[in-house]
Design a protein around this ligand. Sequence first.
Ligand SMILES: [Ca+2]
Length: 317
Amino acid sequence: MHTSLRQPLAALILILLCAAVLGAAAPALASTGGPAGGTGVDPVWTPLMRQLVADGFDARDIQRMFATPGLTYGPEFMGKKMRALYISKYAPAMPAPKAEVDPRRRKRSIYDAHIPPERLATVRYLYWENQEVLHRVEREYGVPREIILAFMVIETRVGDYLGEQKAFRSLASMAATRTYPAVASHLKQFQVTDPQRQWVEQRMNEKANWAYTQLKALIKYATANRMDPVRIPGSIYGAFGLCQFIPTSALERGKDGDGDGVVNLFVPADAIMSIGNFLRVVGWKPGLSRAGKLAVIKRYNQDDAYARMVLEIAARL
Ligand SMILES: [Ca+2]
């Protein structure tokens, strides 16, 4: 069981390193007609590519990224987001459950879902493998080791789950999806009125702008750390690494924990230092009350239950 963490991680790191080397070695595709003028790029990306080049990215780099095989446009990223937002705003609430679940059972089930015995063993292994950097985080940032490890348990089940998407593809797709027809199939079961449709398009533009900011940060992060941005695995909304940072957090808060000169959030030491740095920046300090700790953790994830779970798991490690 102990090796269940190391093997996928080692394989992933190897893949990323190979991808970074191949990406650096591949000649830039010749482009004579603007960023989308070469072959192998879906024209759906053209406006986004032009915007990236206008914002200062190298046209040949952008061309190469968007010509990556497998980088297909996916309107479902925005579609699923809009369906969730539409339902929470316009759909009637579900009927209340008939009986309240026994709180003791509920508590136990949350705990079991995140930390069965073999995962606890993996966390402890992670601790023994990284105790030097965990102690450094405590010393330099004042964040206890069990808090850092609790984040890694919750975010990726300590490396077992790193996201099934490619962060670049989901963010680029969201950034390129701004008009209602692209998401209409995700809302077809509702009677969407004209004002609601306008509201959806407004929210789409907000989310697309957010995704564009994240996409730019992802490219900068990957370039600065010698990775191929297109190949970084991530969540449906572009979070990646053992700490599941969104790209702006990776770029602004990422730290090199193992001293190899790059911030690779798939490497435990770097993820550990980066989580510690993030928490320090948003207000973690020694001696915080429980309420103070919860408030800081909610800067990482706004959900109350998430914040309580971090403290609960930290107390059990
Ligand atoms: Ca590093």
